[in-house]
Design a protein around this ligand. Sequence first.
Ligand SMILES: [Zn+2]
Length: 476
Amino acid sequence: MQGTDRENRAEQTRNHWLGTLERHRKDAGGPGSGDYWSPALDCASRDELRAIQNDKIAAVTPFLYENSAFYRRRFDRLGLAPSDIASVDDLARWPIVDKAEMMADAAAHPPYGTYSTMDDALWATRGWMMFSSSGTTGVPRVFRYSQKDRELWSWANARAMHSMGIRPSDCMFICSGYGPHVFAWGVQYALGLMNVAMIPGGGMDSHMRANIIERFGPSVITCTPSYALHLGRVMQETGKDPAASAVRLLFIGGEPASGIENTRKRLEALWGARVVEFYGCTEAAPHAGGYSCPASGAGGGPFTTHLMEDIQVWELVDPDSHEAVPEGERGLTVCTNLHSESSPQLRFMVGDYTVFDTAPCACGRSHVRAVGAFSGRADDLINLRGIKMYPVQIEEAVRAVNGVGDEYEVVIATNADGLDVMTLRVEHDDEATGGTVADEVRSRCEVRVDVEVLPPGTLPKTEFKAKRVRDERKGE
Ligand SMILES: [Zn+2]
């Protein structure tokens, strides 16, 4: 009898959650206007957005409690009932969940953990698809997503890609290996809903991709920023001009780039195209958490990224106290994802530094913007003899020097005197450039570095995500 009651509650709370999402879903099958996929949602007032968030939070917490072992244990341990978290204001009662807590759950309940709302029997009926993290640090983590979630991504991504200016007259070339990385697949699902032409670019080397660009004239290419640089150079080396190609948008993801002005400018000059970007993280949602709009970086202004507030609740918090930071101050991103049965999140620490602005955007969208995009994940912070800096600051410095190659490497090691030192390995045909690079780094990061200047073409080319920092210090 007990089991039956539980099953009933599990199903009832899920149906109520799904019904709530459906009630607020607009323009599910196609764009509502030329400028906005969903004018009613994309341009909703701040009060309307808050009301939608409150409605969804009130539906999602009972759904999680009745369907997810991870969330039920956490509610019980905290002495909270689902009804205690029924609005945005209530979220502060729920301590932030970090990656370590999710990894501990997966380690205790391998291989997937218990945070999803489905047990094995339900998963078996919901058409799961598996993805994994890139595993740059340690064992790759795996995630499954249901068909219901993939439907929800398509719509969220279509709204985001419409905002970037992608339309049915475009043709997108996805330069991805089509491995279990969520980004390209999420884009692909949305293209179907948007009726946009696409060329899948898996299983090809850069020369084949360069030929496709020349022969079939895609107007959008989708890849990591490091790969966009590499692919453009391969075209140049074989006598093709990327800036003269049909490519008008560089749709990048997977690494920070749009917020690094010198990298963005280098990409835009190389391709004669505008950079647009998704922001998100696999745990918080495989679809776009954030996206560029026509006003991002326009007229020399800062690059900004809208965050989808009717689907997720975004907060910025202090890294130590986890208290909310006032608008306009720098903090770490925290995401509550209201739209997933596979990877629901209540206050997940995504951990990228940015600044929020809720003022109206020139594009007409009302959703909060991250200003200057995202300057790096807290996990990536480099600490050199007590001086802290982000890899993006070093990248900004390297890219500021004329003629420096696209690839570079940061090596941190302990020298014979036991002192930690940083060496930048860059490519340039003039060895004297080393001093200029060192000056750029010193002025941005307040740290002295050694610079090794290598002949152009020495460093390995980035085919997917760049691994720029090599930390060889003892005890690291
Ligand atoms: Zn905007």
